[in-house]
Design a protein around this ligand. Structure first.
Ligand SMILES: *Cc1c(COP(=O)(O)O)cnc(C)c1O
Length: 495
Protein backbone atom coordinates (compact mmCIF):
# COMPACT_ATOMS: atom_id res chain seq x y z
CA UNK A 1 0.00 0.00 0.00
CA UNK A 2 1.45 3.36 -0.99
CA UNK A 3 1.39 6.01 1.74
CA UNK A 4 1.26 9.63 0.66
CA UNK A 5 1.69 12.75 2.75
CA UNK A 6 -0.42 15.86 2.93
CA UNK A 7 -0.33 19.08 4.89
CA UNK A 8 -2.29 19.50 8.14
CA UNK A 9 -3.34 22.94 6.89
CA UNK A 10 -3.96 22.62 3.20
CA UNK A 11 -6.03 21.00 0.59
CA UNK A 12 -2.90 20.84 -1.56
CA UNK A 13 -1.89 17.74 -3.38
CA UNK A 14 -0.42 14.72 -1.67
CA UNK A 15 3.29 14.03 -2.05
CA UNK A 16 5.52 11.02 -1.58
CA UNK A 17 7.50 10.32 1.58
CA UNK A 18 10.79 11.22 -0.08
CA UNK A 19 9.37 14.56 -1.26
CA UNK A 20 8.05 15.29 2.23
CA UNK A 21 11.48 14.59 3.70
CA UNK A 22 13.14 16.95 1.22
CA UNK A 23 10.59 19.67 1.80
CA UNK A 24 10.37 19.41 5.61
CA UNK A 25 7.50 21.82 6.15
CA UNK A 26 4.57 22.36 3.80
CA UNK A 27 4.44 25.70 1.96
CA UNK A 28 1.18 26.57 3.74
CA UNK A 29 2.98 26.28 7.10
CA UNK A 30 1.37 22.92 7.89
CA UNK A 31 3.07 19.67 8.82
CA UNK A 32 3.10 16.62 6.59
CA UNK A 33 1.03 13.68 7.82
CA UNK A 34 0.57 10.21 6.32
CA UNK A 35 -2.84 9.78 4.67
CA UNK A 36 -3.31 6.45 6.47
CA UNK A 37 -1.32 4.10 8.66
CA UNK A 38 -0.99 0.41 7.96
CA UNK A 39 -0.53 -2.31 10.59
CA UNK A 40 2.72 -4.12 11.27
CA UNK A 41 3.06 -7.08 8.94
CA UNK A 42 4.78 -9.32 11.50
CA UNK A 43 3.66 -10.62 14.88
CA UNK A 44 5.43 -9.46 18.02
CA UNK A 45 6.77 -12.99 18.47
CA UNK A 46 8.52 -12.60 15.13
CA UNK A 47 9.63 -9.06 15.90
CA UNK A 48 11.01 -10.13 19.27
CA UNK A 49 13.71 -12.15 17.50
CA UNK A 50 14.84 -9.17 15.44
CA UNK A 51 17.73 -6.77 15.85
CA UNK A 52 17.16 -3.04 16.11
CA UNK A 53 18.12 -2.62 12.46
CA UNK A 54 15.72 -5.34 11.31
CA UNK A 55 12.92 -3.84 13.38
CA UNK A 56 13.70 -0.42 11.92
CA UNK A 57 13.22 -1.81 8.44
CA UNK A 58 9.88 -3.45 9.32
CA UNK A 59 8.56 -0.19 10.78
CA UNK A 60 10.01 2.38 8.40
CA UNK A 61 8.94 0.57 5.25
CA UNK A 62 5.33 1.09 6.33
CA UNK A 63 5.76 4.87 6.28
CA UNK A 64 8.36 5.44 3.57
CA UNK A 65 6.72 3.44 0.83
CA UNK A 66 8.53 5.07 -2.09
CA UNK A 67 11.93 3.95 -0.77
CA UNK A 68 13.13 0.60 -2.09
CA UNK A 69 14.16 -2.17 0.28
CA UNK A 70 17.77 -1.63 -0.72
CA UNK A 71 17.61 2.11 -0.10
CA UNK A 72 16.01 1.77 3.31
CA UNK A 73 18.40 -0.94 4.43
CA UNK A 74 21.33 1.18 3.28
CA UNK A 75 20.09 4.14 5.35
CA UNK A 76 19.48 1.96 8.41
CA UNK A 77 22.85 0.22 8.21
CA UNK A 78 24.74 3.52 8.03
CA UNK A 79 22.77 5.12 10.86
CA UNK A 80 22.62 2.43 13.52
CA UNK A 81 26.22 1.24 13.55
CA UNK A 82 29.23 1.68 15.85
CA UNK A 83 28.22 5.28 16.46
CA UNK A 84 26.07 3.66 19.15
CA UNK A 85 27.91 2.28 22.14
CA UNK A 86 25.69 -0.80 22.44
CA UNK A 87 24.55 -3.34 19.84
CA UNK A 88 21.06 -3.18 21.28
CA UNK A 89 20.96 0.51 20.18
CA UNK A 90 18.09 1.22 22.60
CA UNK A 91 18.48 -1.02 25.67
CA UNK A 92 15.85 -1.30 28.40
CA UNK A 93 16.77 -1.00 32.09
CA UNK A 94 14.30 -2.11 34.72
CA UNK A 95 14.46 0.16 37.76
CA UNK A 96 12.15 1.57 40.42
CA UNK A 97 9.05 -0.18 39.06
CA UNK A 98 9.38 0.94 35.44
CA UNK A 99 11.18 0.06 32.23
CA UNK A 100 13.59 2.76 31.15
CA UNK A 101 14.04 2.72 27.39
CA UNK A 102 17.51 4.26 27.05
CA UNK A 103 17.55 6.39 23.92
CA UNK A 104 20.93 7.96 24.65
CA UNK A 105 23.53 5.53 23.35
CA UNK A 106 24.30 7.47 20.15
CA UNK A 107 27.06 9.94 19.40
CA UNK A 108 25.75 12.88 21.42
CA UNK A 109 24.25 10.80 24.25
CA UNK A 110 20.70 12.14 23.87
CA UNK A 111 17.62 10.87 22.11
CA UNK A 112 17.88 13.25 19.13
CA UNK A 113 20.58 10.86 17.85
CA UNK A 114 17.94 8.18 17.27
CA UNK A 115 16.53 10.20 14.38
CA UNK A 116 19.37 12.51 13.40
CA UNK A 117 21.73 9.64 12.72
CA UNK A 118 19.45 8.39 9.93
CA UNK A 119 17.97 11.65 8.60
CA UNK A 120 21.06 12.55 6.49
CA UNK A 121 20.84 9.20 4.68
CA UNK A 122 17.09 9.48 4.18
CA UNK A 123 17.60 12.98 2.84
CA UNK A 124 20.41 12.21 0.40
CA UNK A 125 18.54 9.12 -0.80
CA UNK A 126 15.39 11.23 -1.22
CA UNK A 127 17.40 13.80 -3.20
CA UNK A 128 18.66 11.12 -5.59
CA UNK A 129 15.18 9.67 -6.04
CA UNK A 130 13.83 13.08 -6.96
CA UNK A 131 16.67 13.98 -9.32
CA UNK A 132 17.89 16.79 -7.09
CA UNK A 133 21.35 17.64 -8.38
CA UNK A 134 22.19 20.36 -5.88
CA UNK A 135 24.22 19.71 -2.80
CA UNK A 136 22.05 19.95 0.33
CA UNK A 137 22.98 22.60 2.87
CA UNK A 138 21.40 22.04 6.27
CA UNK A 139 20.91 25.25 8.24
CA UNK A 140 20.19 24.92 11.94
CA UNK A 141 19.81 27.29 14.85
CA UNK A 142 20.42 25.55 18.14
CA UNK A 143 20.12 26.23 21.82
CA UNK A 144 22.71 23.51 22.37
CA UNK A 145 21.64 19.94 21.76
CA UNK A 146 20.02 19.68 18.36
CA UNK A 147 22.86 21.41 16.54
CA UNK A 148 25.42 19.00 17.85
CA UNK A 149 23.27 15.95 17.15
CA UNK A 150 22.54 17.20 13.62
CA UNK A 151 26.25 17.79 12.94
CA UNK A 152 27.16 14.37 14.26
CA UNK A 153 24.57 12.91 11.89
CA UNK A 154 25.58 14.87 8.80
CA UNK A 155 29.37 14.88 9.35
CA UNK A 156 31.09 13.59 6.21
CA UNK A 157 27.83 12.43 4.60
CA UNK A 158 28.50 12.90 0.86
CA UNK A 159 26.34 15.49 -0.89
CA UNK A 160 25.66 17.53 2.24
CA UNK A 161 27.00 20.44 4.24
CA UNK A 162 25.72 21.56 7.61
CA UNK A 163 25.94 25.04 9.14
CA UNK A 164 24.94 25.47 12.77
CA UNK A 165 24.33 28.81 14.50
CA UNK A 166 24.31 29.00 18.27
CA UNK A 167 24.10 31.90 20.74
CA UNK A 168 27.73 32.54 21.66
CA UNK A 169 26.97 33.19 25.33
CA UNK A 170 23.80 31.12 25.60
CA UNK A 171 24.88 27.48 25.79
CA UNK A 172 26.58 25.49 28.53
CA UNK A 173 30.41 25.13 28.47
CA UNK A 174 30.12 21.40 27.69
CA UNK A 175 27.60 22.06 24.92
CA UNK A 176 29.86 24.69 23.36
CA UNK A 177 32.90 22.44 23.61
CA UNK A 178 30.91 19.61 21.98
CA UNK A 179 30.07 21.86 19.04
CA UNK A 180 33.36 23.65 18.41
CA UNK A 181 35.27 20.38 18.42
CA UNK A 182 33.00 18.81 15.80
CA UNK A 183 34.92 16.90 13.14
CA UNK A 184 33.91 16.47 9.51
CA UNK A 185 34.97 18.44 6.42
CA UNK A 186 31.37 19.50 5.77
CA UNK A 187 30.46 20.85 9.23
CA UNK A 188 30.48 24.56 10.12
CA UNK A 189 29.71 26.09 13.50
CA UNK A 190 29.08 29.78 14.01
CA UNK A 191 28.59 31.54 17.33
CA UNK A 192 26.35 34.57 17.05
CA UNK A 193 26.38 37.64 19.26
CA UNK A 194 22.72 37.36 20.22
CA UNK A 195 20.32 34.92 21.81
CA UNK A 196 18.71 31.73 20.48
CA UNK A 197 15.71 33.62 19.08
CA UNK A 198 18.04 35.84 17.03
CA UNK A 199 19.73 32.75 15.62
CA UNK A 200 16.40 31.09 14.84
CA UNK A 201 14.93 34.21 13.24
CA UNK A 202 18.09 34.59 11.13
CA UNK A 203 17.82 31.02 9.89
CA UNK A 204 14.10 31.35 9.08
CA UNK A 205 14.83 34.53 7.10
CA UNK A 206 17.40 32.71 4.99
CA UNK A 207 14.95 29.87 4.30
CA UNK A 208 12.41 32.39 3.03
CA UNK A 209 14.88 34.50 1.05
CA UNK A 210 14.12 33.81 -2.63
CA UNK A 211 17.06 35.85 -3.89
CA UNK A 212 19.43 33.87 -1.77
CA UNK A 213 17.85 30.60 -2.94
CA UNK A 214 18.54 31.63 -6.53
CA UNK A 215 22.16 32.50 -5.81
CA UNK A 216 22.59 29.20 -4.03
CA UNK A 217 21.01 27.20 -6.81
CA UNK A 218 23.27 28.85 -9.38
CA UNK A 219 26.21 27.67 -7.31
CA UNK A 220 24.78 24.14 -7.00
CA UNK A 221 23.33 24.29 -3.49
CA UNK A 222 19.94 24.23 -1.82
CA UNK A 223 18.90 24.68 1.79
CA UNK A 224 17.14 22.07 3.83
CA UNK A 225 16.18 21.74 7.45
CA UNK A 226 16.76 19.00 10.00
CA UNK A 227 14.21 20.20 12.50
CA UNK A 228 11.90 17.95 14.43
CA UNK A 229 8.81 18.43 12.32
CA UNK A 230 10.42 16.64 9.36
CA UNK A 231 8.78 13.23 8.94
CA UNK A 232 12.29 11.92 8.35
CA UNK A 233 12.80 12.51 12.07
CA UNK A 234 9.39 11.35 13.24
CA UNK A 235 9.32 7.99 11.50
CA UNK A 236 12.63 6.65 12.92
CA UNK A 237 11.29 7.45 16.39
CA UNK A 238 8.37 5.06 15.98
CA UNK A 239 10.85 2.19 15.68
CA UNK A 240 12.03 2.09 19.28
CA UNK A 241 8.53 1.78 20.72
CA UNK A 242 7.86 -1.28 18.56
CA UNK A 243 11.30 -2.61 19.48
CA UNK A 244 10.73 -2.00 23.21
CA UNK A 245 7.44 -3.89 23.19
CA UNK A 246 8.98 -6.82 21.32
CA UNK A 247 11.95 -6.96 23.70
CA UNK A 248 9.75 -6.87 26.80
CA UNK A 249 7.84 -9.78 25.33
CA UNK A 250 11.02 -11.69 24.61
CA UNK A 251 12.28 -11.10 28.14
CA UNK A 252 9.01 -12.50 29.53
CA UNK A 253 8.19 -9.19 31.22
CA UNK A 254 4.84 -8.97 29.41
CA UNK A 255 2.45 -11.45 27.78
CA UNK A 256 1.32 -11.37 24.15
CA UNK A 257 -1.26 -8.63 23.70
CA UNK A 258 -0.70 -7.15 27.16
CA UNK A 259 -1.09 -3.38 27.18
CA UNK A 260 1.72 -1.13 28.34
CA UNK A 261 1.75 2.55 29.24
CA UNK A 262 4.33 4.88 27.77
CA UNK A 263 5.67 7.92 29.61
CA UNK A 264 7.57 10.57 27.65
CA UNK A 265 9.36 13.71 28.84
CA UNK A 266 7.95 16.12 26.30
CA UNK A 267 8.99 19.35 24.60
CA UNK A 268 8.09 19.65 20.95
CA UNK A 269 5.73 16.63 21.17
CA UNK A 270 7.69 14.61 18.58
CA UNK A 271 8.73 11.70 20.75
CA UNK A 272 5.31 11.10 22.28
CA UNK A 273 3.61 11.46 18.89
CA UNK A 274 5.90 8.70 17.62
CA UNK A 275 4.59 6.51 20.47
CA UNK A 276 1.04 7.34 19.35
CA UNK A 277 1.90 6.27 15.79
CA UNK A 278 3.39 3.06 17.20
CA UNK A 279 0.00 2.28 18.72
CA UNK A 280 -1.66 2.85 15.35
CA UNK A 281 0.72 0.26 13.88
CA UNK A 282 -0.38 -2.26 16.48
CA UNK A 283 1.61 -1.81 19.70
CA UNK A 284 -0.85 -2.40 22.57
CA UNK A 285 -0.74 0.87 24.55
CA UNK A 286 -3.06 1.92 27.37
CA UNK A 287 -2.05 5.44 28.31
CA UNK A 288 0.36 7.98 26.89
CA UNK A 289 1.70 9.86 29.88
CA UNK A 290 2.91 13.27 28.76
CA UNK A 291 5.43 14.74 31.21
CA UNK A 292 6.30 18.44 31.26
CA UNK A 293 8.65 20.55 33.35
CA UNK A 294 7.60 23.95 34.73
CA UNK A 295 6.80 25.06 31.17
CA UNK A 296 3.56 23.15 31.60
CA UNK A 297 1.58 24.33 28.55
CA UNK A 298 0.76 20.74 27.64
CA UNK A 299 -0.43 19.81 31.13
CA UNK A 300 -2.80 22.78 31.09
CA UNK A 301 -3.93 21.79 27.62
CA UNK A 302 -4.83 18.25 28.66
CA UNK A 303 -6.59 19.62 31.75
CA UNK A 304 -8.64 22.34 30.07
CA UNK A 305 -8.69 21.79 26.30
CA UNK A 306 -7.13 25.23 25.87
CA UNK A 307 -3.60 25.59 24.50
CA UNK A 308 -2.22 28.88 25.77
CA UNK A 309 1.37 29.95 25.28
CA UNK A 310 0.86 33.36 26.92
CA UNK A 311 2.94 32.85 30.02
CA UNK A 312 6.39 33.35 31.41
CA UNK A 313 9.09 31.22 29.81
CA UNK A 314 10.90 29.26 32.51
CA UNK A 315 14.53 28.22 32.31
CA UNK A 316 14.77 24.80 33.93
CA UNK A 317 17.31 22.06 34.51
CA UNK A 318 15.68 20.12 31.64
CA UNK A 319 16.39 22.71 28.91
CA UNK A 320 15.44 20.49 25.96
CA UNK A 321 11.86 20.65 27.26
CA UNK A 322 11.83 24.43 27.75
CA UNK A 323 9.32 25.05 25.00
CA UNK A 324 6.06 26.99 24.83
CA UNK A 325 4.99 25.93 21.34
CA UNK A 326 5.00 22.18 20.88
CA UNK A 327 5.05 22.10 17.07
CA UNK A 328 4.31 18.42 16.63
CA UNK A 329 1.09 18.68 18.65
CA UNK A 330 -0.45 20.03 15.44
CA UNK A 331 -0.37 16.53 13.98
CA UNK A 332 -2.43 15.21 16.89
CA UNK A 333 -4.85 18.17 16.78
CA UNK A 334 -5.41 17.50 13.10
CA UNK A 335 -6.15 13.86 13.79
CA UNK A 336 -8.49 14.28 16.75
CA UNK A 337 -10.34 16.95 14.78
CA UNK A 338 -11.20 14.39 12.10
CA UNK A 339 -8.34 15.20 9.68
CA UNK A 340 -9.99 18.49 8.82
CA UNK A 341 -7.42 20.96 7.44
CA UNK A 342 -9.72 24.00 7.72
CA UNK A 343 -10.53 23.39 11.34
CA UNK A 344 -6.87 22.78 12.11
CA UNK A 345 -5.73 25.87 10.23
CA UNK A 346 -8.11 28.13 12.11
CA UNK A 347 -6.72 26.88 15.42
CA UNK A 348 -3.12 27.36 14.29
CA UNK A 349 -3.96 30.84 12.99
CA UNK A 350 -5.39 31.63 16.37
CA UNK A 351 -2.20 30.34 18.02
CA UNK A 352 -0.11 32.61 15.79
CA UNK A 353 -2.31 35.67 16.39
CA UNK A 354 -3.39 35.38 20.01
CA UNK A 355 -1.03 32.74 21.36
CA UNK A 356 -3.85 30.31 22.11
CA UNK A 357 -6.64 28.12 20.80
CA UNK A 358 -9.32 25.91 22.25
CA UNK A 359 -10.37 22.49 21.04
CA UNK A 360 -13.98 21.29 20.96
CA UNK A 361 -15.54 18.97 23.51
CA UNK A 362 -15.72 16.28 20.85
CA UNK A 363 -11.99 16.57 20.21
CA UNK A 364 -11.33 16.31 23.94
CA UNK A 365 -13.16 12.99 23.95
CA UNK A 366 -10.52 11.77 21.49
CA UNK A 367 -7.72 12.63 23.89
CA UNK A 368 -8.72 10.11 26.53
CA UNK A 369 -5.61 8.01 25.97
CA UNK A 370 -3.44 10.92 27.07
CA UNK A 371 -2.61 11.92 30.62
CA UNK A 372 -0.60 15.07 31.26
CA UNK A 373 1.19 16.32 34.34
CA UNK A 374 4.35 18.17 35.24
CA UNK A 375 7.25 18.17 37.68
CA UNK A 376 8.61 21.24 39.43
CA UNK A 377 12.37 21.81 39.64
CA UNK A 378 12.36 20.64 43.22
CA UNK A 379 10.38 17.48 42.44
CA UNK A 380 12.71 16.68 39.56
CA UNK A 381 15.77 16.89 41.80
CA UNK A 382 14.06 14.83 44.51
CA UNK A 383 13.23 12.14 41.97
CA UNK A 384 16.86 11.85 40.85
CA UNK A 385 18.01 11.57 44.45
CA UNK A 386 15.33 9.08 45.48
CA UNK A 387 15.78 6.71 42.55
CA UNK A 388 19.55 6.85 42.96
CA UNK A 389 19.35 6.11 46.67
CA UNK A 390 16.78 3.33 46.25
CA UNK A 391 18.25 1.58 43.22
CA UNK A 392 21.65 3.05 42.27
CA UNK A 393 20.27 4.03 38.84
CA UNK A 394 21.06 7.63 37.88
CA UNK A 395 18.52 9.51 35.75
CA UNK A 396 19.18 12.66 33.78
CA UNK A 397 16.97 15.68 34.50
CA UNK A 398 14.60 15.15 31.54
CA UNK A 399 14.03 11.51 32.35
CA UNK A 400 13.52 12.46 36.00
CA UNK A 401 10.65 14.75 34.99
CA UNK A 402 9.05 11.72 33.34
CA UNK A 403 9.70 9.46 36.33
CA UNK A 404 8.14 12.00 38.67
CA UNK A 405 5.04 12.43 36.50
CA UNK A 406 4.71 8.66 36.19
CA UNK A 407 4.58 8.42 40.00
CA UNK A 408 1.90 11.11 40.09
CA UNK A 409 -0.12 9.21 37.50
CA UNK A 410 0.13 5.95 39.43
CA UNK A 411 -0.91 7.62 42.69
CA UNK A 412 -3.90 9.35 41.07
CA UNK A 413 -5.16 6.52 38.91
CA UNK A 414 -4.20 3.37 40.80
CA UNK A 415 -3.28 1.99 37.36
CA UNK A 416 -0.53 -0.61 37.68
CA UNK A 417 -0.07 -1.31 33.96
CA UNK A 418 3.58 -1.95 33.14
CA UNK A 419 5.17 1.23 31.93
CA UNK A 420 7.97 2.16 29.58
CA UNK A 421 9.63 5.50 30.33
CA UNK A 422 11.48 7.12 27.45
CA UNK A 423 14.90 7.93 28.88
CA UNK A 424 16.00 10.78 26.68
CA UNK A 425 19.46 11.77 27.83
CA UNK A 426 22.46 10.32 29.58
CA UNK A 427 23.01 11.81 33.05
CA UNK A 428 26.53 12.67 31.81
CA UNK A 429 25.02 15.31 29.57
CA UNK A 430 23.53 17.25 32.48
CA UNK A 431 26.10 16.30 35.07
CA UNK A 432 25.94 19.36 37.29
CA UNK A 433 22.17 19.36 37.79
CA UNK A 434 22.17 15.61 38.31
CA UNK A 435 25.01 15.61 40.83
CA UNK A 436 23.63 18.61 42.72
CA UNK A 437 20.34 16.75 43.05
CA UNK A 438 22.11 13.77 44.58
CA UNK A 439 24.21 15.89 46.96
CA UNK A 440 24.77 19.65 47.03
CA UNK A 441 28.36 19.19 48.11
CA UNK A 442 29.27 18.21 44.52
CA UNK A 443 28.67 21.77 43.36
CA UNK A 444 32.27 22.62 44.35
CA UNK A 445 33.68 20.32 41.65
CA UNK A 446 34.62 21.35 38.10
CA UNK A 447 32.63 19.99 35.14
CA UNK A 448 35.03 17.19 34.38
CA UNK A 449 35.54 16.31 38.06
CA UNK A 450 31.78 15.90 38.23
CA UNK A 451 31.89 13.56 35.25
CA UNK A 452 34.40 11.30 37.01
CA UNK A 453 32.44 11.41 40.25
CA UNK A 454 29.22 10.47 38.48
CA UNK A 455 30.97 7.56 36.80
CA UNK A 456 32.15 6.39 40.21
CA UNK A 457 28.89 6.68 42.13
CA UNK A 458 26.69 5.43 39.28
CA UNK A 459 29.01 2.58 38.37
CA UNK A 460 28.83 3.56 34.69
CA UNK A 461 31.76 4.14 32.36
CA UNK A 462 32.17 7.73 31.12
CA UNK A 463 30.61 7.79 27.62
CA UNK A 464 33.00 8.28 24.70
CA UNK A 465 31.13 11.42 23.70
CA UNK A 466 32.33 13.04 26.94
CA UNK A 467 35.80 11.46 26.99
CA UNK A 468 36.48 12.84 23.53
CA UNK A 469 35.80 16.47 24.33
CA UNK A 470 38.14 16.52 27.31
CA UNK A 471 41.12 16.80 24.99
CA UNK A 472 39.63 17.45 21.55
CA UNK A 473 41.06 20.47 19.73
CA UNK A 474 38.81 23.43 18.92
CA UNK A 475 38.11 23.32 15.18
CA UNK A 476 35.59 26.12 14.81
CA UNK A 477 35.91 29.74 15.91
CA UNK A 478 33.61 31.71 13.60
CA UNK A 479 31.57 34.46 15.21
CA UNK A 480 29.13 36.90 13.61
CA UNK A 481 26.18 39.14 14.39
CA UNK A 482 22.62 38.11 13.50
CA UNK A 483 22.71 40.54 10.54
CA UNK A 484 25.85 38.95 9.17
CA UNK A 485 24.39 35.42 9.03
CA UNK A 486 23.57 35.35 5.27
CA UNK A 487 26.98 36.77 4.42
CA UNK A 488 28.65 34.16 6.61
CA UNK A 489 26.75 31.36 4.90
CA UNK A 490 27.79 32.62 1.47
CA UNK A 491 31.40 32.91 2.58
CA UNK A 492 31.31 29.32 3.85
CA UNK A 493 29.85 28.11 0.54
CA UNK A 494 32.31 30.20 -1.45
CA UNK A 495 29.69 32.29 -3.27
C1 LIG B 1 14.36 17.04 22.54
C2 LIG B 1 14.37 16.41 23.90
C3 LIG B 1 13.18 16.14 24.61
C4 LIG B 1 11.82 16.52 24.08
O1 LIG B 1 11.44 15.71 22.99
P1 LIG B 1 10.27 16.21 22.02
O2 LIG B 1 10.24 15.21 20.93
O3 LIG B 1 10.68 17.58 21.55
O4 LIG B 1 9.02 16.25 22.81
C5 LIG B 1 13.27 15.52 25.84
N1 LIG B 1 14.47 15.23 26.38
C6 LIG B 1 15.63 15.48 25.73
C7 LIG B 1 16.91 15.14 26.40
C8 LIG B 1 15.63 16.07 24.48
O5 LIG B 1 16.79 16.33 23.85
Amino acid sequence: MEILYKSTRGTGKSITASQAILQGLSEDGGLFVPDSLPKLALSFEELSEMSYQETAYEVMKLFLTDFTEEELKYCIAHAYDEKFDTEEIAPIKKAAGAYYLELFHGSTIAFKDMALSILPYLMTTAAKKNQVKNEIVILTATSGDTGKAAMAGFADVPGTKIIVFYPKNGVSPIQEKQMVTQKGGNTYVVGITGNFDDAQTGVKKMFNDREMAKELSAAGYQFSSANSINIGRLVPQVVYYVYAYAKLLKAGEIQTGEKINITVPTGNFGNILAAYYAKELGVPVGKFICASNENKVLYDFFETGCYDRNREFMLTSSPSMDILISSNLERLIYRIGGNDPDKNRSMMDSLAKTGKYEITEEMRQNLKEFYGNYASEEETAETIKKIYEDTGYVLDTHTAVAACVYEKYKAQSGDSTKTVIASTASPFKFTRSVMNAIDEKYDALTDFELVDKLSQIGGVKVPDAIEEIRTAPVLHDRICTAEEMPETVKKILGI
